[in-house]
Design a protein around this ligand. Structure first.
Ligand code: ATP
Ligand code: MG
Length: 772
C-alpha cells in the first residue's frame, strides 16, 4: 500500500480507492471529507490519470492552493499544478475565455464585480426615470442574480407571466425591463458579472454539443467539495460535464448547508443518488478536528433540526475543556473580554495569533472586536471586508488596466474618464451614454467616432475626449509587447493618478500611494509566478481575471494574526480556539430568519458550522444590551445556548479587572457582589473600559437579573450541607436531584439534574437553591 494511504482510516480509504464511478461522501464536520478529496486526487494521479483530466471544485481558491500543495507532497512532483482546481467561478471563467466567441463575447471579456454591477443597475434605474426608493439598486441586483442562478434568462422571464406578475405585485413592474437593459449593457461592454460565469457556462454546454463533448472528454474525473451548497446553475454544470463518464465524487454535509439565501439547494445532495447510476454512498463518522466536548455539544444542537440526514459523529480526541459561556454588559465589554481571553490563552499556552478566530453573524460586529484587539496590540485581520482590490485607488488603477484590455468596458470607463480630473463633466458623460444607447455602441466607440456623430459638445471637450481615447490606445499598444508589470507601472504614472495623490499630501494620500505600490509589486510577483505554469503566460488579462475572482479569503498573508470573519466565510476552516460572539436572539438566530422553521433550521446549521470550527476550545459570548439600528436595545441570550446540553457548558461572570473565573452556574448572578459589576475599573495593564454604563443601562441590567431574594431559599449554610441524592429546587430550573458534589469550602460545586434545565453544575456559594 502506498504509504500516504495509511494516513486515512478505513472509512476514508474506501472512497479514495474506488477509482471509477459515481460516489457521494456524506459526513459531519471535521470527519475528513476534504482530506478524502485531496488523497483521492493523489491516488488517481498515482494510477496514471493525467492531472489535465481532473477537475476539482472547491469553496475558495485558497483551499484549492492548499490542496494542490498537499497533493504535490504526496505524489512528489509538481504535476499537481496542472490540475483544474478552484472555485466554480474561477474554473469556468477560464473555460469561457477559450470559448467566448461562440457566445458573441470577446475572449478578453471583463468580469464585473458586485460593485460594478450595482453601479450599472443604479445608472439604468436613473436613466429609465424610475423611483430609486422603490427600485432599490441592491435589491434589484439580487433579484437579477437569483434569476440568473435559476437559469431564468431575459427571454425566459418575459415568457413567464407569473414572474412578471410577482414583480408587479411587489410594486416593481419594470423589473424585467431593467433586467433586459442590464443584460444588453453588459453584453455591449463585453462584460460578464459573477452570475454570468455560471449562466453562460450552462448556455455554452447546452447550445454547443461539440463543446460539451470536448469538456466531458477532458474532465474525466470530477470532484466537488461542499456539495451541499451548490446552487441550481452549478448543479447543472456538474451534471452536464460528468454525464458521459460518470466518474464523479462529491462530498458534503447537509448539516452545514448555509447558503440557501443565495440559492444553494440542499436537494442537490439529497437527490444525488437518483442522478447517477450505481452511486456508492460513503459515510465517515470519526471526527479528527475537535475535542469530545465540542463534538458532542455540536451533535446536541443539530439534533434539534427536523430536516436532516441521520449521522453519527464521534471522536477519539480528549474530552477537552467545556465550552465557556460569558455574558457581558455591552459589545465594548464583549470585545475586551475576547481580547483579554486571547491574550491570556496566548501567554499560558505559548500560542501564536493564528490559533484564534473570532466568528460573528454580521460584519458590523467586527468593530468592537477590532477596537479591543488594537488596544491590546494583538494583530488581527478581518476577512470578507472590503477587499484590497476594491479600495478606491486600487480600483482606479485596475479600471485603466481593464479599459486598455477591453475598451468597451463601460463600468471601467465611467470610473476613470474624468479621474484624475481632465475637464470632462457629467453632462458630457450623460450625452455620451445617450449616444451610445442610441447607436448601440460603447462609449469608447462613440468617442472614436465623434466626427460622425452629432454630439453637442464644444471643440475643447472634443479634444479632451480624443486625448483620453488616444492615451488608452497607447497603453493597449504597449501591452502588446511589454509585460504586465511594465504596463501597470506606466499606467500609474502616465495617467497622473500617482501625481494626483502626491499633490494631496495627506497621510491618507500617502497610504494610497503605498497601496498602489503594493498592487504593482503584486503584479510583478504574479508575472514571475505564472511563468512556471504550463498554460499561462503572465499576461495582464490573466492578472485581471485573477483579481476579479479573488475573494478576500484567498489573499496570502505571511503575518501571524487573529482571524475575524463571519461564520459563513469560516466554512471548511479550523482553528484551535474559536470565539463565537453576539450569541443573542435577533442577532443569532438573525431576526430576519425566524419567520419559518426552515429559516430557523438554517440558522441552527450555521451555529453548527461555527462551533465545529473549534479544535480545542470554544467560547460563546452575549451582551445584555447592544446598539441595533442606532438604538440601545435589551438583548436576550440566544436560544442556541440553551439548546446545547448543559453538561458541555461552563458559565462565567465578569470581574472588576476583566479577569474571569468559571462560575458554572448558568446566566444567573446569584449572590455575586453587585457593586463589582459596576466597578469596571481596570487593573494595571488592562485596557480602560470604553465607558461606564449609564444608570439607565444598570437599571436595565438589574431588571434582567432574576430577583435576588428568593423567598424560602435555604441559607448558604444549609445548602453547603447538600449531599448526593438530595432533592432541591432552583429559582429557574425547578426541581432537581443532586448527582455529585465536589470541591470544598468556597469552591464547592454540585452537579444537579433539573427537570427543566437538564444537568447543570452550580457553585453552591451562588446557587439559588432550596433543599426540599
Ligand atoms: P468540514 O465539514 O468542516 O469541511 P471535513 O470533513 O472536510 O470538515 P477535514 O477538514 O478534511 O474535514 O479534516 C478535519 C481535520 O482532521 C483536518 O485537520 C484533517 O487533517 C484531520 N484529519 C482527517 N482525517 C484524518 C486522519 N485519518 N488522521 C489524522 N488526521 C485526520
Ligand atoms: Mg471540508
Amino acid at each position: 500500500m502506498e504509504s500516504y494511504l495509511a494516513e486515512l482510516n478505513d472509512a476514508q480509504r474506501a472512497p479514495v480507492l474506488q477509482k471509477d464511478g459515481a460516489m457521494i461522501v456524506i459526513a459531519g464536520a471535521g470527519s475528513g471529507k476534504t482530506r478524502v478529496l485531496t488523497y483521492r486526487i493523489a491516488y488517481l494521479m498515482s494510477k496514471g490519470v493525467d492531472p489535465f483530466n481532473i477537475l476539482s471544485l472547491t469553496f475558495t481558491n485558497k483551499a484549492a492552493k492548499e490542496m494542490k500543495k498537499r497533493i504535490s507532497q504526496i505524489v512528489g512532483s509538481s504535476e499537481a499544478k496542472n490540475l483544474w482546481m478552484g472555485t466554480f467561478h474561477s474554473i469556468f471563467a477560464k473555460m469561457l475565455r477559450f470559448e467566448a466567441d461562440k457566445l458573441g463575447y470577446p475572449s478578453n471579456f471583463t468580469i464585473y464585480d458586485t460593485q460594478d454591477s450595482q453601479r450599472l443597475i443604479s445608472a439604468i434605474i436613473k436613466e429609465m426615470g424610475l423611483d430609486k426608493d422603490i427600485y432599490k439598486y441592491k435589491q434589484v441586483y439580487s433579484r437579477i442574480s437569483s434569476y440568473k442562478n435559476s437559469l431564468i434568462t431575459v427571454k425566459a422571464y418575459f415568457q413567464n407571466p407569473e414572474l412578471k406578475e410577482a414583480d408587479a405585485m411587489s410594486k416593481k413592474p419594470r423589473l424585467g425591463d431593467i433586467y433586459k437593459n442590464y443584460v444588453d449593457r453588459c453584453f455591449k461592454a463585453g462584460a460578464m458579472d459573477f452570475d454570468d460565469l455560471l449562466l453562460k457556462t450552462n448556455e455554452l454546454l447546452n447550445r454547443f454539443p461539440e463543446v460539451l463533448q470536448k469538456y466531458q472528454n477532458r474532465f474525466r474525473y470530477i470532484l466537488v467539495d461542499e456539495y451541499q451548497d451548490t446552487n441550481h446553475s452549478q448543479y447543472l454544470i456538474v451534471k452536464a460535464l460528468s454525464d458521459k463518464f460518470q466518474n464523479i465524487c462529491v462530498v458534503g454535509d447537509d448539516a452545514q448547508s448555509i447558503y440557501a439565501f443565495r440559492g444553494a439547494n440542499i436537494n442537490n445532495i439529497l437527490n444525488f443518488q437518483k442522478d447517477y447510476d450505481n452511486v456508492q454512498l460513503y459515510r465517515l463518522e470519526q471526527n479528527y478536528r475537535s475535542t469530545k466536548n465540542i463534538v458532542n455539544a455540536a451533535n446536541s444542537i443539530i439534533e434539534k433540526n427536523k430536516t436532516k440526514l441521520e449521522k453519527v459523529v464521534w471522536t477519539a480526541n480528549e474530552d477537552g475543556p467545556k465550552i465557556i459561556v460569558n455574558r457581558l454588559l455591552t459589545d465594548g465589554e464583549e470585545g475586551r473580554f475576547v481580547a483579554s481571553s486571547i491574550f491570556e490563552n496566548k501567554m499560558q499556552n505559548q500560542l501564536d495569533n493564528g490559533s484564534f478566530a473570532i466568528l460573528y453573524r454580521t460584519n458590523a460586529q467586527s468593530r468592537a472586536m477590532e477596537d479591543a484587539l488594537r488596544k491590546r496590540e494583538i494583530p488581527y485581520r478581518i476577512y470578507g471586508g472590503l477587499s484590497f482590490y476594491q479600495r478606491k485607488e486600487i480600483k482606479d488603477v485596475l479600471s485603466y488596466l481593464r479599459l486598455l484590455i477591453n475598451p468597451n468596458d463601460e463600468a471601467a470607463l465611467k470610473r476613470v474618464i474624468n479621474y484624475p480630473a481632465r475637464g470632462i463633466g457629467q453632462t458630457t458623460i450623460d450625452k455620451l451614454t445617450i449616444a451610445a444607447n442610441t447607436y448601440g455602441k460603447s462609449i469608447f466607440e462613440v468617442i472614436e467616432n465623434l466626427d460622425h456623430i452629432d454630439l453637442k459638445v464644444n471643440s475643447g471637450t472634443r479634444n479632451k475626449l480624443t486625448n483620453f481615447v488616444n492615451m488608452i490606445k497607447s497603453f493597449s499598444i504597449l501591452n502588446e509587447n511589454a509585460d504586465a508589470f511594465t504596463v501597470a507601472d506606466t499606467v500609474a504614472k502616465k495617467t497622473g493618478l500617482v501625481q494626483d495623490l502626491k499633490k494631496d499630501g495627506t497621510p491618507e494620500g500617502v497610504a494610497k500611494i503605498e497601496n498602489i505600490e503594493e498592487l504593482l509589486n503584486g503584479i510583478r510577483d504574479f508575472v514571475e509566478g505564472q511563468k512556471e505554469l504550463a498554460d499561462a503566460t503572465g499576461s495582464l488579462a490573466e492578472f485581471l481575471e485573477d483579481v476579479a475572482l479573488a475573494t478576500d479569503m484567498d489573499k496570502e498573508t505571511g503575518d501571524d494574526h487573529v482571524a475575524l470573519m463571519t461564520i459563513h466565510l469560516a466554512k471548511g476552516l479550523e482553528f484551535p480556539y474559536v470565539y463565537i460572539v453576539g450569541m443573542e436572539e435577533d442577532l443569532f438566530p438573525s431576526g430576519m430568519s425566524m419567520n419559518t422553521r426552515s429559516e430557523l433550521e438554517e440558522e441552527r446549521r450555521l451555529f453548527y458550522v461555527a462551533l465545529t470550527r473549534a479544535e480545542k476550545q470554544a467560547y460563546l459570548t452575549y451582551t445584555q444590551s447592544r446598539y441595533r439600528w442606532g438604538k440601545l436595545v435589551d438583548a436576550e441570550p440566544s436560544r442556541f445556548i440553551d439548546e446545547i446540553e448543559g453538561k458541555f457548558l461552563d458559565y462565567m461572570i465578569p470581574q472588576d479587572d476583566y479577569k474571569y473565573k468559571p462560575l458554572i452556574d448558568t446566566d444567573i448572578f446569584g449572590d455575586v457582589d453587585k457593586s463589582k459589576l459596576r466597578q469596571t475599573k481596570p487593573t494595571a495593564g488592562s485596557p480602560p473600559p470604553a465607558h461606564k454604563p449609564s444608570e439607565e443601562q444598570l437599571r436595565k441590567l438589574r431588571k434582567l437579573r432574576p430577583a435576588l431574594d428568593h423567598t424560602g431559599q435555604a441559607s448558604i449554610k444549609d445548602v453547603v450541607k447538600l449531599e448526593e441524592g438530595n432533592e432541591v429546587e432552583h429559582i429557574r430550573f425547578g426541581k432537581g436531584k443532586v448527582l455529585k458534589i465536589d470541591g470544598i469550602g468556597q469552591d464547592k460545586k454540585a452537579e444537579i439534574n433539573f427537570e427543566n434545565g437538564g444537568i447543570k453544575k452550580l457553585l453552591l456559594r451562588f446557587a439559588k437553591l432550596k433543599l426540599l
